[in-house]
Design a protein around this ligand. Structure first.
Ligand code: DC
Length: 227
């Protein structure tokens, strides 16, 4: 493929971005970049350092100690934090809270910006996150904004956490989802808002296969018009 394809997928937590992005990557032969994993890895480092994730000045002093890399294996994207594969460790509810807090800190966003921009330029990619269509790939070929009702997203997340053995109630998960939506969309830097030219998919009533087929239909149509 001579010309690179770049697809941005944004949307709130639990909307199914990563599931969709992985399938699109597989279907179209693109590299899948999960940018939330980078914020999660920074969150994990901050948690281990015992720092307050809400205090920007504390976090800024830690950033030079952090080396992050993404590796691609048969199992998909792996996140390497200072040489350690932390891909599993960054998926807990506790680390999620740290990730949300550090993602609102301007120095953290700046720290991760260059790496994401570089990855966006190197390969044909499908990237998911919160500011992909607005900041990381404002010139992406296709920008999707994936949505689902808070109750639906909380239910999916609840099932995921339950399967991992975390003891939480669905009400707690819904409260956390709503809090995270508010924090992500109201922060000053790169808030999680749709790009002006994003195409919305609400998958509250769609299963994974239906969401994929809708997304592929939009992507193929958009690429046909561009090429
Ligand atoms: O997508 P996720 O749940 O793994 O994201 C974890 C946190 O990181 C979430 O609170 C939003 C934030 N994030 C962000 O601010 N920008 C991105 N591009 C990706 C994630």
């Amino acid at each position: 493929m001579n010309q690179k394809i770049r697809i941005a997928i944004d949307g709130p937590s639990g909307s199914g971005k990563s599931t969709l992005a992985k399938k699109i990557a597989h279907e179209l032969g693109l590299v899948y970049v999960d940018t939330g994993a980078l914020y999660r890895a920074v969150g994990l480092y901050v948690k281990r350092a015992g720092a307050d994730p809400a205090v920007g000045s504390q976090i800024a002093t830690l950033l030079p100690q952090i080396q992050l890399a993404l590796r691609y294996t048969e199992e998909g994207q792996r996140v390497i934090l200072n040489g350690e594969d932390v891909s599993g460790l960054i998926r807990t509810s506790e680390v999620t809270v740290y990730a949300t807090a550090v993602s609102a800190i301007p120095s953290v966003r700046k720290f991760l910006l260059e790496m994401q921009k570089r990855m966006a330029g190197e390969d044909s990619v499908v990237m998911d996150g919160r500011d992909i269509g607005t900041v990381i790939m404002p010139d992406a070929d296709v920008k999707l904004f994936l949505e689902a009702s808070p109750a639906k997203r909380a239910h999916r997340r609840f099932l995921e956490l339950q399967a991992k053995g975390e003891s939480v109630t669905e009400e707690e998960v819904l409260a956390a989802v709503m809090q995270r939506d508010k924090a992500d969309s109201s922060r000053d830097v790169a808030p999680a808002i749709p790009a002006e030219d994003a195409i919305f998919i609400d998958n509250s009533q769609l299963d994974e296969a239906q969401t994929l087929s809708k997304a592929l239909e939009i992507i193929r149509e958009k690429l046909r018009r561009l090429r």
